[in-house]
Design a protein around this ligand. Sequence first.
Ligand code: FEO
Length: 172
Amino acid sequence: MLNDKIAKLINEQVNKELYSAYLYLDFANYYEQEGLDGFAHWYQVQAQEERDHAMMMRRYLIDNGIRVTFGEIAQPDKALTELSAPLKAGYEHEQYVTSLINNIYAEAFALKDFKTMQFLDWFIKEQGEEEKNAEDMIKKFELYGYDAKGLYALNQELLARVYVPSATGPAM
Ligand code: FEO
């Protein structure tokens, strides 16, 4: 059984991860409309990963005797006014998610909940990768995105992203 506060925080994080999936699908919708299928694909894969994160947390709660509850998923509200806007909003969002994961980790540490700390280790590492990926997207866009040929090439590169499930087996 988990400490109530830890269980509540992880349950809330399930919702935040599903919101992340919703947000990235919103970015994909925007890019589809702009004719950039590679950018749209990249964010669709990202949304699949976010769903995986939510499912991993849901499973952790269930396996520890917690009744998971679902709240409303907020409407994506980032202003997508130019092609680089989702990239910047995505980076800011990942920094926010990192702060949420760090907060849960800090609570687990304070409660000497070593099991949850070990569970969260995967997410701590993942957030480092997520932030780097988001930052790299901005850098690439700044370098190539303002030239038609460069934008075409970048779109093709992003189209090649392959979805790899975040975890397999009983964890999901
Ligand atoms: Fe679930 Fe993008 O972190």
